[in-house]
Design a binder for this molecule. Structure first.
Ligand SMILES: Cc1cc2nc3c(=O)[nH]c(=O)nc-3n(C[C@H](O)[C@H](O)[C@H](O)COP(=O)(O)O)c2cc1C
Length: 250
């Protein structure tokens, strides 16, 4: 730990917290870097795409009922989601909800509107999509297929062998481009990246509940194994959080 000499014998988490505190006399961080903010993640145009249907803006369970019914569920039946359900889920988590000139705001809040967490997917069972690893392209509301095949066993193994992940219809995997937030917030960025990830997981669970689906958030995973699955380095792009979604018996 780079600054541990300032806090001898203190746990690393406390060092991080101390060193990234805003303080009335020390000011709020180091300010903006001179380099431009890193751009959005873009995959090769040659990779296959799956266009998602337009999300519905009406219907579904009311918010209060969804909050009351939300529960972590792990007994997935393995049955497929419809493409409309996947579309609705992704839109409700991180889809674009308003467009202004040069700026698009998304469903879940993000510090500085920087949206450092990208949404990757392990698609196990979705109608009209072969099992695959995919990336959600927010501006186009579509999937980019990164690798075809079943990765159900791999994602479960990479998440401390939590077997329910293999039976989920889809596992949303949030991976943050650290520089996208650190550009503005420096080392404090990690706080915001994880806060943002929490919002995404909360939206995902409420959306899944409103769709009559089961879900569970997952914070226990072998970081580097999940990162490797998606070809990420685990340092500049870090895995922050997972949400498994699937059908459950009512
Ligand atoms: C940050 C976080 C990490 C979690 N990680 C896991 C996990 O790795 N495995 C799991 O089965 N559940 C996980 N959960 C689900 C919790 O166990 C669950 O939310 C808790 O038991 C409360 O139950 P409820 O969600 O039904 O209200 C996680 C929840 C959160 C918020």
């Amino acid at each position: 730990m780079r600054f541990s000499h300032q806090f001898p014998d203190r746990p690393i988490g406390l060092c991080y917290h101390e060193l990234t505190k805003y303080h009335p006399t020390r000011g709020a961080g180091r300010g903006l870097s001179v380099s431009p903010a890193p751009p959005v993640t873009v995959y090769a145009a040659s990779l296959p795409r799956v266009q998602l249907p337009e999300p519905e803006l009406a219907g579904g369970l009311g918010l209060w009922e969804a909050i009351a019914r939300r529960r972590s569920q792990r007994e997935f039946t393995g049955e497929a989601l419809s493409l409309q359900q996947l579309s609705q889920l992704l839109w409700a988590v991180t889809g674009i909800t308003s467009r202004q000139e040069g700026y698009s705001a998304r469903a879940a809040a993000s510090a500085g509107a920087l949206y450092p967490n990208d949404t990757y997917l392990v698609v196990n069972a979705v109608e009209g999509v072969q099992p695959c690893l995919a990336f959600y392209e927010v501006p186009d509301h579509r999937l980019c297929v990164l690798a075809e095949g079943s990765f159900a066993g791999e994602i479960a193994a990479a998440a401390l062998h939590q077997g329910f992940l293999a039976r989920a219809s889809v596992v949303l995997v949030w991976c943050a481009v650290v520089a996208r937030s650190a550009w503005k917030y420096s080392d404090r960025a990690y706080r915001y990246i994880y806060m943002d990830a929490g919002h995404l997981g909360a939206h995902a669970q409420l959306a899944a509940t409103a769709l009559g689906l089961g879900s569970v958030n997952v914070g226990a995973f072998f970081d580097d194994e999940v990162a490797r699955l998606f070809g990420l380095d685990g340092e500049q792009q870090i895995v922050t959080y997972l949400t498994a979604v699937g059908r459950v018996r009512s």
